[in-house]
Design a protein around this ligand. Structure first.
Ligand SMILES: *Cc1c(COP(=O)(O)O)cnc(C)c1O
Length: 390
């Protein structure tokens, strides 16, 4: 097959460090490159392809909608976005949904909601939002400001004001910031994805939830990566047993099509009002039909499977030769190897599996329905590669 590598290098903005693999197509958990080499997909396009590549049922749901109506604008009512919003609310306890097209936009919405809510309930000066060090919340100027990592801030200052960074798993550090500043919200990923697949400690998350009550600030949970079944619950907050005031999600929600959502719970349900926010593509019928199909299939039996597969991976890799640690939740897993992660990743790809990286770790985000025998095969390859290169 023809290669478009040189065309890409010539014409695509040079922001991505691509691997030397040119993907042509896939089916389920298999992905193929232009030379016909077969890979087991362990990344799902960064937690996006929830049911793998070119899933038949999903194709049918999307093409049925495509034949009816591809876009309406938000000037009219239409069925798919209403149905999807209802499903999201019924399965989370949220009361209202705003649709955008990406994780960053979902977080932008949540940040606007937090500032609006504070203006109405506490005063405009309560605009500060506490996020965690090592977090990742997106690439817009404001979501970069929310991201608690200096490396992302360099060159782009001045960023949006009003973000403060606390230490993860350190309640005192959160409370200190709450005491000393006028705050509207605490915003956090429950499993820090880009930060190295670090699940927050349950006691810390419960403690943050209590601090939010005590100081009358919102708890905003960024479920862009952890959401939509990825951690073995529909949304990760459900595993932690807390009730957030806002959650944001994107990545896996559309199963491969762009969609982001900001879900507002009881305290924040009436915060957004006419003309205060909007999006041309938000709630697009194709993306919503796609997400309806995905959500319908993330049921108890699938979540049980996700948890079983997760247990299998942890059991197989914990303490294995050449592996230092395994972290994460559900099918969002970080693996610290004795050998440098770049070497491990290269060897994995040579051996026909496609994990990715998060900081110094190998990161696994396989399709949620990856067949057990494929997962076993992939885990065996990781074990072999970790051992041979230690
Ligand atoms: C990927 C990610 C984002 C940004 O999502 P985009 O769709 O790339 O804008 C935000 N937050 C978290 C936790 C993410 O993993």
């Amino acid at each position: 097959m023809n290669s478009f590598k040189n065309t890409d290098k010539e014409y695509i903005a040079n922001t991505y460090g691509r691997f030397d693999i040119e993907i042509s197509h896939g089916k389920g958990s298999y992905v193929y490159d232009i030379n016909g080499k077969e890979y087991i997909d362990l990344a799902s396009g960064i937690a996006v392809n929830t049911f793998g590549m070119a899933d038949n049922e999903w194709i049918e749901a999307v093409t049925n909608q495509l034949k009816k109506c591809q876009h309406t604008s938000n000037l009219y009512y239409s069925e798919p976005c209403a149905t999807l919003a209802k499903m999201l609310c019924e399965r989370t306890g949220a009361k209202k949904v705003f649709f955008g097209n990406s994780g960053a936009e979902a977080n932008e919405c949540a940040i606007k909601v937090a500032r609006l809510w504070a203006s109405e309930n506490k005063g405009e000066e309560y605009y500060n939002i506490i996020t965690l060090k090592n977090s990742f919340h997106g690439r817009t100027i404001t979501t970069l400001a929310a991201t608690g990592q200096d490396v992302f801030h360099k060159y782009f200052t001045p960023l949006t004001e009003g973000f403060l960074y606390a230490e993860a798993n350190n309640l005192d550090s959160v409370e200190e910031l709450l005491k000393q500043n006028k705050c509207s919200a605490i915003m956090a990923e429950l499993v820090q994805g880009e930060g190295g697949v670090m699940a927050l400690e349950p006691d810390f998350v419960k403690g943050v939830s209590e601090l939010c009550e005590k100081y009358n600030v919102l708890f905003v949970v960024d479920e862009v990566q952890t959401g939509n079944g990825r951690t073995g619950a529909l949304y990760a907050y459900q595993k932690y047993g807390i009730t957030p005031d806002v959650i944001t999600t994107a990545k896996g929600l559309g199963g491969g099509l762009p969609i982001g959502a900001c879900l507002m719970f009881e305290k924040t349900k009436d915060t957004l009002k006419p003309s205060l926010h909007g999006s041309t593509f938000g709630g697009n019928p194709i993306s919503c039909a796609s997400a309806i199909n995905i959500l319908n299939r993330i049921d108890d039996s699938l979540l049980k499977e996700v948890n079983e597969k997760s247990d299998y991976i942890f059991d197989a890799l914990n303490g294995a030769d050449g592996i230092k640690s395994v972290s994460g939740l559900g099918l969002m897993i970080g693996i610290e190897t004795v050998a440098d992660v770049s070497i491990i990743l290269q060897k994995c790809m040579e051996n026909g599996i496609l994990p990715i990286k998060a900081k110094n770790k190998l990161r696994l985000l396989p399709p949620l329905n990856i067949p057990m025998e494929l997962l076993k095969k992939a885990v065996d390859i990781i074990k072999m590669v970790a051992k041979e290169n230690k």
